[in-house]
Unconditional design. Structure first.
Lengths: 177, 238
Protein backbone atom coordinates (compact mmCIF):
# COMPACT_ATOMS: atom_id res chain seq x y z
CA UNK A 1 0.00 0.00 0.00
CA UNK A 2 2.84 2.40 0.78
CA UNK A 3 4.10 1.89 -2.74
CA UNK A 4 0.72 2.92 -4.01
CA UNK A 5 0.58 6.01 -1.81
CA UNK A 6 3.94 7.20 -3.10
CA UNK A 7 3.12 6.49 -6.72
CA UNK A 8 2.94 9.65 -8.77
CA UNK A 9 0.64 8.02 -11.30
CA UNK A 10 -1.78 6.70 -8.70
CA UNK A 11 -2.08 10.30 -7.54
CA UNK A 12 -2.72 11.41 -11.11
CA UNK A 13 -5.41 8.73 -11.38
CA UNK A 14 -6.87 9.92 -8.07
CA UNK A 15 -6.80 13.49 -9.45
CA UNK A 16 -4.46 14.68 -6.71
CA UNK A 17 -1.94 15.71 -9.37
CA UNK A 18 -2.96 17.42 -12.58
CA UNK A 19 -2.19 15.84 -15.91
CA UNK A 20 -3.33 16.19 -19.49
CA UNK A 21 -5.89 13.41 -19.66
CA UNK A 22 -6.87 12.21 -23.08
CA UNK A 23 -8.94 9.12 -22.30
CA UNK A 24 -10.37 7.55 -19.22
CA UNK A 25 -12.64 4.62 -18.46
CA UNK A 26 -13.38 2.26 -15.59
CA UNK A 27 -10.04 0.46 -15.74
CA UNK A 28 -7.62 2.67 -17.61
CA UNK A 29 -6.29 6.18 -18.02
CA UNK A 30 -4.34 7.69 -20.90
CA UNK A 31 -2.45 10.94 -20.42
CA UNK A 32 0.14 12.98 -22.27
CA UNK A 33 3.51 12.19 -20.75
CA UNK A 34 4.71 14.79 -18.21
CA UNK A 35 8.24 14.12 -19.51
CA UNK A 36 7.60 13.74 -23.24
CA UNK A 37 10.20 12.39 -25.63
CA UNK A 38 8.28 14.08 -28.45
CA UNK A 39 5.07 16.05 -28.95
CA UNK A 40 2.19 13.65 -28.44
CA UNK A 41 4.01 11.08 -26.28
CA UNK A 42 1.20 9.18 -24.55
CA UNK A 43 1.17 7.02 -21.43
CA UNK A 44 -1.57 4.42 -21.11
CA UNK A 45 -1.94 2.77 -17.73
CA UNK A 46 -4.30 0.59 -15.72
CA UNK A 47 -5.93 2.47 -12.87
CA UNK A 48 -5.05 -0.22 -10.41
CA UNK A 49 -1.45 -0.10 -9.22
CA UNK A 50 0.76 -2.76 -10.80
CA UNK A 51 4.55 -2.57 -11.00
CA UNK A 52 5.26 -5.01 -13.81
CA UNK A 53 3.31 -6.72 -16.58
CA UNK A 54 3.34 -10.08 -14.75
CA UNK A 55 1.02 -8.66 -12.10
CA UNK A 56 -1.51 -7.26 -14.57
CA UNK A 57 -4.44 -9.64 -15.16
CA UNK A 58 -4.83 -10.91 -18.73
CA UNK A 59 -8.21 -9.26 -19.22
CA UNK A 60 -6.75 -5.87 -18.28
CA UNK A 61 -3.92 -6.44 -20.78
CA UNK A 62 -6.50 -7.30 -23.42
CA UNK A 63 -8.42 -4.13 -22.65
CA UNK A 64 -5.26 -2.00 -22.71
CA UNK A 65 -4.11 -3.43 -26.02
CA UNK A 66 -7.40 -2.56 -27.72
CA UNK A 67 -6.99 0.99 -26.45
CA UNK A 68 -3.41 1.06 -27.72
CA UNK A 69 -4.72 0.34 -31.20
CA UNK A 70 -7.45 2.99 -31.00
CA UNK A 71 -5.13 5.66 -29.58
CA UNK A 72 -2.55 4.80 -32.20
CA UNK A 73 -5.16 5.37 -34.93
CA UNK A 74 -6.10 8.71 -33.33
CA UNK A 75 -2.43 9.69 -33.25
CA UNK A 76 -2.10 8.95 -36.97
CA UNK A 77 -5.04 11.13 -37.81
CA UNK A 78 -4.77 14.01 -35.37
CA UNK A 79 -1.01 14.50 -35.27
CA UNK A 80 -0.43 13.38 -38.86
CA UNK A 81 2.13 10.93 -37.54
CA UNK A 82 3.60 8.56 -40.08
CA UNK A 83 4.16 5.78 -37.60
CA UNK A 84 3.95 4.88 -33.92
CA UNK A 85 6.15 3.03 -31.52
CA UNK A 86 4.57 1.05 -28.71
CA UNK A 87 6.99 0.43 -25.89
CA UNK A 88 6.76 -1.30 -22.54
CA UNK A 89 9.58 -1.09 -20.02
CA UNK A 90 9.21 -4.08 -17.79
CA UNK A 91 11.61 -3.84 -14.86
CA UNK A 92 14.22 -1.25 -13.86
CA UNK A 93 16.82 -3.10 -15.92
CA UNK A 94 14.62 -2.58 -18.96
CA UNK A 95 14.53 1.17 -18.35
CA UNK A 96 11.38 1.42 -16.26
CA UNK A 97 11.46 4.69 -14.36
CA UNK A 98 8.15 4.61 -12.57
CA UNK A 99 6.60 2.17 -10.18
CA UNK A 100 3.38 2.06 -12.14
CA UNK A 101 3.04 -0.25 -15.13
CA UNK A 102 2.38 1.70 -18.33
CA UNK A 103 2.48 1.49 -22.09
CA UNK A 104 4.21 4.24 -24.06
CA UNK A 105 2.69 5.32 -27.37
CA UNK A 106 5.14 7.44 -29.32
CA UNK A 107 4.09 9.20 -32.54
CA UNK A 108 6.83 9.17 -35.17
CA UNK A 109 7.77 11.45 -38.01
CA UNK A 110 10.65 11.47 -40.36
CA UNK A 111 13.84 12.94 -38.87
CA UNK A 112 12.29 13.38 -35.44
CA UNK A 113 15.54 12.56 -33.71
CA UNK A 114 14.28 9.34 -32.14
CA UNK A 115 15.88 6.03 -32.96
CA UNK A 116 14.95 2.60 -31.62
CA UNK A 117 17.23 0.63 -33.92
CA UNK A 118 19.35 -1.99 -32.21
CA UNK A 119 22.73 -3.40 -33.09
CA UNK A 120 22.24 -7.11 -33.81
CA UNK A 121 24.30 -9.34 -31.55
CA UNK A 122 26.04 -12.36 -33.01
CA UNK A 123 25.07 -15.66 -31.43
CA UNK A 124 26.21 -19.04 -32.67
CA UNK A 125 23.87 -21.88 -33.54
CA UNK A 126 24.45 -23.65 -30.24
CA UNK A 127 23.58 -20.59 -28.16
CA UNK A 128 20.43 -20.04 -30.20
CA UNK A 129 19.36 -23.66 -29.77
CA UNK A 130 19.91 -23.56 -26.00
CA UNK A 131 17.78 -20.43 -25.73
CA UNK A 132 15.13 -21.98 -27.94
CA UNK A 133 14.91 -25.10 -25.77
CA UNK A 134 14.77 -23.19 -22.51
CA UNK A 135 12.06 -20.84 -23.75
CA UNK A 136 10.04 -23.63 -25.34
CA UNK A 137 10.06 -25.55 -22.09
CA UNK A 138 8.91 -22.51 -20.16
CA UNK A 139 6.23 -21.57 -22.72
CA UNK A 140 4.43 -24.91 -22.62
CA UNK A 141 1.78 -23.71 -20.22
CA UNK A 142 0.70 -20.73 -22.32
CA UNK A 143 -2.77 -20.83 -23.72
CA UNK A 144 -5.17 -20.26 -20.90
CA UNK A 145 -5.91 -16.67 -20.11
CA UNK A 146 -7.66 -15.20 -17.11
CA UNK A 147 -11.11 -13.87 -17.73
CA UNK A 148 -12.74 -11.16 -15.76
CA UNK A 149 -15.07 -12.28 -13.03
CA UNK A 150 -18.33 -10.48 -13.11
CA UNK A 151 -18.89 -8.26 -10.15
CA UNK A 152 -22.17 -8.08 -8.26
CA UNK A 153 -22.20 -4.32 -8.88
CA UNK A 154 -22.80 -4.95 -12.54
CA UNK A 155 -25.95 -6.87 -11.79
CA UNK A 156 -27.39 -3.85 -10.00
CA UNK A 157 -26.80 -1.74 -13.07
CA UNK A 158 -28.53 -4.25 -15.28
CA UNK A 159 -31.52 -4.30 -12.98
CA UNK A 160 -31.68 -0.52 -13.16
CA UNK A 161 -31.71 -0.71 -16.91
CA UNK A 162 -34.52 -3.21 -16.89
CA UNK A 163 -36.45 -0.94 -14.54
CA UNK A 164 -36.09 1.93 -16.93
CA UNK A 165 -37.22 -0.22 -19.81
CA UNK A 166 -40.22 -1.34 -17.85
CA UNK A 167 -41.07 2.23 -17.03
CA UNK A 168 -40.75 3.03 -20.66
CA UNK A 169 -43.09 0.20 -21.56
CA UNK A 170 -45.56 1.27 -18.93
CA UNK A 171 -45.52 4.78 -20.32
CA UNK A 172 -46.14 3.39 -23.77
CA UNK A 173 -49.01 1.37 -22.43
CA UNK A 174 -50.47 4.40 -20.72
CA UNK A 175 -50.47 6.27 -23.97
CA UNK A 176 -52.74 3.73 -25.56
CA UNK A 177 -56.27 5.01 -25.05
CA UNK B 1 8.67 -11.27 -60.24
CA UNK B 2 5.94 -9.16 -61.76
CA UNK B 3 6.88 -6.21 -63.92
CA UNK B 4 5.90 -2.68 -63.03
CA UNK B 5 3.23 -2.68 -65.67
CA UNK B 6 1.70 -5.86 -64.27
CA UNK B 7 1.79 -4.37 -60.79
CA UNK B 8 -0.01 -1.27 -61.98
CA UNK B 9 -2.84 -3.34 -63.46
CA UNK B 10 -3.41 -5.56 -60.44
CA UNK B 11 -6.44 -5.30 -58.20
CA UNK B 12 -5.85 -4.58 -54.49
CA UNK B 13 -6.66 -8.21 -53.68
CA UNK B 14 -4.10 -9.47 -56.14
CA UNK B 15 -1.54 -7.07 -54.74
CA UNK B 16 -2.17 -8.31 -51.25
CA UNK B 17 -1.77 -11.88 -52.44
CA UNK B 18 1.50 -10.94 -54.09
CA UNK B 19 2.71 -9.34 -50.88
CA UNK B 20 1.90 -12.50 -48.99
CA UNK B 21 3.85 -14.55 -51.51
CA UNK B 22 6.87 -12.29 -51.08
CA UNK B 23 6.64 -12.07 -47.30
CA UNK B 24 9.38 -14.06 -45.60
CA UNK B 25 7.39 -14.20 -42.37
CA UNK B 26 4.39 -15.72 -44.13
CA UNK B 27 6.79 -18.38 -45.40
CA UNK B 28 8.04 -18.96 -41.86
CA UNK B 29 4.45 -19.32 -40.66
CA UNK B 30 3.59 -21.81 -43.40
CA UNK B 31 6.79 -23.73 -42.62
CA UNK B 32 8.51 -23.15 -45.96
CA UNK B 33 11.33 -21.31 -44.21
CA UNK B 34 12.88 -22.82 -41.10
CA UNK B 35 12.76 -20.93 -37.80
CA UNK B 36 13.22 -21.50 -34.10
CA UNK B 37 9.65 -21.72 -32.90
CA UNK B 38 8.88 -21.04 -29.27
CA UNK B 39 5.11 -21.04 -29.22
CA UNK B 40 2.32 -21.42 -31.71
CA UNK B 41 -1.47 -21.29 -31.67
CA UNK B 42 -4.22 -20.55 -34.18
CA UNK B 43 -3.62 -16.79 -34.17
CA UNK B 44 0.05 -16.18 -33.45
CA UNK B 45 3.51 -17.63 -33.93
CA UNK B 46 6.40 -16.84 -31.59
CA UNK B 47 9.96 -17.32 -32.89
CA UNK B 48 13.52 -16.27 -32.06
CA UNK B 49 14.77 -13.22 -33.97
CA UNK B 50 17.72 -14.05 -36.22
CA UNK B 51 19.19 -10.58 -35.65
CA UNK B 52 18.70 -10.32 -31.89
CA UNK B 53 19.18 -7.11 -29.91
CA UNK B 54 19.96 -9.37 -26.97
CA UNK B 55 20.15 -13.14 -26.49
CA UNK B 56 16.58 -14.46 -26.39
CA UNK B 57 15.12 -11.68 -28.53
CA UNK B 58 11.67 -12.93 -29.51
CA UNK B 59 9.38 -11.96 -32.34
CA UNK B 60 5.62 -12.48 -32.06
CA UNK B 61 3.87 -12.66 -35.44
CA UNK B 62 0.23 -12.68 -36.40
CA UNK B 63 -0.51 -15.66 -38.61
CA UNK B 64 -2.63 -13.51 -40.84
CA UNK B 65 -0.63 -11.09 -42.99
CA UNK B 66 -1.15 -7.58 -41.62
CA UNK B 67 1.17 -4.70 -42.42
CA UNK B 68 0.28 -2.23 -39.70
CA UNK B 69 -1.57 -2.25 -36.43
CA UNK B 70 -4.77 -0.41 -37.50
CA UNK B 71 -5.56 -3.34 -39.82
CA UNK B 72 -5.67 -5.87 -37.00
CA UNK B 73 -8.99 -6.76 -35.35
CA UNK B 74 -9.32 -6.00 -31.64
CA UNK B 75 -9.48 -9.61 -30.48
CA UNK B 76 -6.25 -10.50 -32.26
CA UNK B 77 -4.43 -7.52 -30.75
CA UNK B 78 -5.70 -8.53 -27.33
CA UNK B 79 -4.55 -12.10 -27.92
CA UNK B 80 -1.10 -10.89 -29.04
CA UNK B 81 -0.58 -8.86 -25.90
CA UNK B 82 -1.76 -11.63 -23.60
CA UNK B 83 0.67 -14.05 -25.24
CA UNK B 84 3.37 -11.36 -25.03
CA UNK B 85 2.80 -11.12 -21.31
CA UNK B 86 3.18 -14.88 -20.92
CA UNK B 87 6.30 -14.95 -23.10
CA UNK B 88 7.78 -12.05 -21.16
CA UNK B 89 7.25 -14.09 -18.02
CA UNK B 90 8.90 -17.10 -19.65
CA UNK B 91 11.94 -14.92 -20.50
CA UNK B 92 12.32 -13.88 -16.88
CA UNK B 93 12.12 -17.47 -15.69
CA UNK B 94 13.94 -19.42 -18.39
CA UNK B 95 16.70 -16.95 -19.22
CA UNK B 96 17.01 -15.38 -15.76
CA UNK B 97 16.44 -12.02 -17.38
CA UNK B 98 16.04 -9.03 -15.05
CA UNK B 99 13.50 -7.28 -17.22
CA UNK B 100 11.93 -7.22 -20.65
CA UNK B 101 11.12 -4.64 -23.27
CA UNK B 102 8.03 -5.13 -25.34
CA UNK B 103 8.34 -3.11 -28.50
CA UNK B 104 6.27 -2.46 -31.61
CA UNK B 105 7.41 -0.53 -34.63
CA UNK B 106 4.28 0.49 -36.45
CA UNK B 107 5.13 2.06 -39.80
CA UNK B 108 8.37 2.55 -41.68
CA UNK B 109 9.37 5.80 -39.95
CA UNK B 110 8.92 4.00 -36.64
CA UNK B 111 11.58 1.51 -37.69
CA UNK B 112 9.42 -1.27 -39.13
CA UNK B 113 11.52 -3.25 -41.57
CA UNK B 114 9.30 -6.10 -42.71
CA UNK B 115 5.87 -5.80 -44.25
CA UNK B 116 4.51 -8.28 -41.70
CA UNK B 117 3.29 -6.81 -38.42
CA UNK B 118 5.21 -8.06 -35.39
CA UNK B 119 5.81 -7.50 -31.73
CA UNK B 120 9.29 -7.73 -30.21
CA UNK B 121 10.02 -9.07 -26.76
CA UNK B 122 13.59 -8.39 -25.67
CA UNK B 123 14.94 -9.89 -22.45
CA UNK B 124 17.18 -7.46 -20.57
CA UNK B 125 20.22 -8.02 -18.37
CA UNK B 126 21.96 -5.58 -16.06
CA UNK B 127 25.08 -5.36 -18.19
CA UNK B 128 23.66 -5.65 -21.69
CA UNK B 129 24.49 -2.07 -22.63
CA UNK B 130 21.28 -1.52 -24.61
CA UNK B 131 20.34 2.14 -24.45
CA UNK B 132 17.91 2.56 -27.30
CA UNK B 133 14.84 2.12 -25.11
CA UNK B 134 15.78 4.89 -22.69
CA UNK B 135 13.47 7.69 -23.74
CA UNK B 136 14.91 11.19 -23.99
CA UNK B 137 13.03 14.09 -22.40
CA UNK B 138 12.12 17.19 -24.30
CA UNK B 139 10.61 20.50 -23.31
CA UNK B 140 7.42 21.05 -25.21
CA UNK B 141 5.45 24.27 -24.65
CA UNK B 142 2.27 23.86 -22.68
CA UNK B 143 0.04 25.46 -25.31
CA UNK B 144 1.12 22.87 -27.89
CA UNK B 145 0.51 20.03 -25.43
CA UNK B 146 -2.91 21.49 -24.70
CA UNK B 147 -3.79 21.53 -28.40
CA UNK B 148 -2.65 17.94 -28.76
CA UNK B 149 -4.69 16.95 -25.72
CA UNK B 150 -7.86 18.54 -27.06
CA UNK B 151 -7.37 17.01 -30.52
CA UNK B 152 -6.66 13.53 -29.27
CA UNK B 153 -9.43 13.54 -26.68
CA UNK B 154 -11.97 14.40 -29.36
CA UNK B 155 -10.67 11.88 -31.86
CA UNK B 156 -10.54 9.04 -29.35
CA UNK B 157 -14.02 9.81 -28.08
CA UNK B 158 -15.19 9.86 -31.68
CA UNK B 159 -13.61 6.44 -32.27
CA UNK B 160 -15.46 5.07 -29.27
CA UNK B 161 -18.68 6.78 -30.29
CA UNK B 162 -18.78 9.03 -27.24
CA UNK B 163 -20.27 12.47 -27.73
CA UNK B 164 -17.91 15.17 -26.63
CA UNK B 165 -18.88 18.54 -25.34
CA UNK B 166 -15.76 20.16 -26.73
CA UNK B 167 -16.26 20.87 -30.42
CA UNK B 168 -13.67 19.49 -32.78
CA UNK B 169 -11.93 22.67 -33.79
CA UNK B 170 -8.31 23.11 -34.65
CA UNK B 171 -7.68 26.83 -34.72
CA UNK B 172 -4.06 26.31 -35.30
CA UNK B 173 -2.17 23.18 -36.01
CA UNK B 174 0.57 22.35 -33.52
CA UNK B 175 3.53 24.06 -35.13
CA UNK B 176 6.23 21.61 -34.23
CA UNK B 177 4.38 18.67 -35.59
CA UNK B 178 2.89 20.12 -38.74
CA UNK B 179 4.77 19.90 -41.99
CA UNK B 180 4.19 22.28 -44.87
CA UNK B 181 2.48 20.15 -47.53
CA UNK B 182 -0.30 19.23 -45.11
CA UNK B 183 -1.41 22.80 -44.57
CA UNK B 184 -3.94 22.72 -47.35
CA UNK B 185 -5.47 19.55 -46.12
CA UNK B 186 -5.73 20.96 -42.65
CA UNK B 187 -7.62 23.96 -43.94
CA UNK B 188 -10.17 21.63 -45.43
CA UNK B 189 -10.60 20.00 -42.06
CA UNK B 190 -11.14 23.37 -40.45
CA UNK B 191 -14.10 23.99 -42.67
CA UNK B 192 -15.59 20.57 -42.23
CA UNK B 193 -15.12 19.88 -38.57
CA UNK B 194 -16.95 22.74 -36.85
CA UNK B 195 -20.20 21.60 -38.43
CA UNK B 196 -21.61 19.42 -35.75
CA UNK B 197 -23.25 16.35 -37.09
CA UNK B 198 -26.39 15.04 -35.53
CA UNK B 199 -26.25 11.66 -33.84
CA UNK B 200 -28.06 9.95 -36.64
CA UNK B 201 -25.75 11.26 -39.30
CA UNK B 202 -22.76 10.15 -37.30
CA UNK B 203 -23.98 6.62 -36.89
CA UNK B 204 -24.88 6.45 -40.55
CA UNK B 205 -21.41 7.54 -41.48
CA UNK B 206 -19.96 4.73 -39.47
CA UNK B 207 -22.24 2.15 -40.97
CA UNK B 208 -21.45 3.16 -44.48
CA UNK B 209 -18.40 1.00 -44.62
CA UNK B 210 -15.44 2.54 -42.88
CA UNK B 211 -13.30 0.68 -45.36
CA UNK B 212 -14.36 2.90 -48.20
CA UNK B 213 -13.77 5.97 -46.14
CA UNK B 214 -10.33 4.74 -45.24
CA UNK B 215 -9.47 4.06 -48.84
CA UNK B 216 -10.46 7.57 -49.77
CA UNK B 217 -8.45 8.94 -46.94
CA UNK B 218 -5.45 6.95 -48.02
CA UNK B 219 -5.67 8.42 -51.47
CA UNK B 220 -5.96 11.91 -50.10
CA UNK B 221 -3.19 11.54 -47.55
CA UNK B 222 0.17 10.68 -48.88
CA UNK B 223 1.27 9.82 -45.36
CA UNK B 224 -1.06 6.90 -44.87
CA UNK B 225 -0.08 5.55 -48.25
CA UNK B 226 3.50 5.51 -47.20
CA UNK B 227 2.70 3.63 -44.07
CA UNK B 228 0.60 0.88 -45.49
CA UNK B 229 2.03 0.50 -48.95
CA UNK B 230 5.69 0.49 -48.38
CA UNK B 231 6.15 -2.52 -50.59
CA UNK B 232 4.18 -1.28 -53.52
CA UNK B 233 5.35 2.03 -54.80
CA UNK B 234 2.67 2.36 -57.45
CA UNK B 235 -0.99 2.35 -56.67
CA UNK B 236 -3.21 0.55 -59.19
CA UNK B 237 -4.46 3.09 -61.69
CA UNK B 238 -7.87 2.13 -62.94
Amino acid sequence: MSQKNNCEFCQIIGKKINAKRIFEDEKTLAILSPNPCCAGHILLMPKEHFSIIEQVPDYVIAHLSKLVNKISIAVFEVLQAKGTNILIHNGITAGQKTNHFMIHIIPRKENDGLDFQWQPKQLNEEQMSTIELKLKEESKGIGEFEKEEKKPVRLDKEIEKIDKEENYLIKQLNRIP
Amino acid sequence: MATEEELANMSPEQLQELQKQNCIFCHIISGKVASKKIYEDDKVLVILDINPANPGHIVLLTKEHYQIMPQIPDDEIAHMFMVAKAISHACLKALKAQGTNIFIANGMVAGQKASHFMLHIIPRMNVDNIKIFDLPEKNIPDNILEQIRAGLTNKINQLFGINTEEPIIFDKKPEEIGSKPEKEKHEEKKIKKPEKKSKQEKSEDKNEGTKEAKKEEQKAEIDLDEISNFIIENEPKK
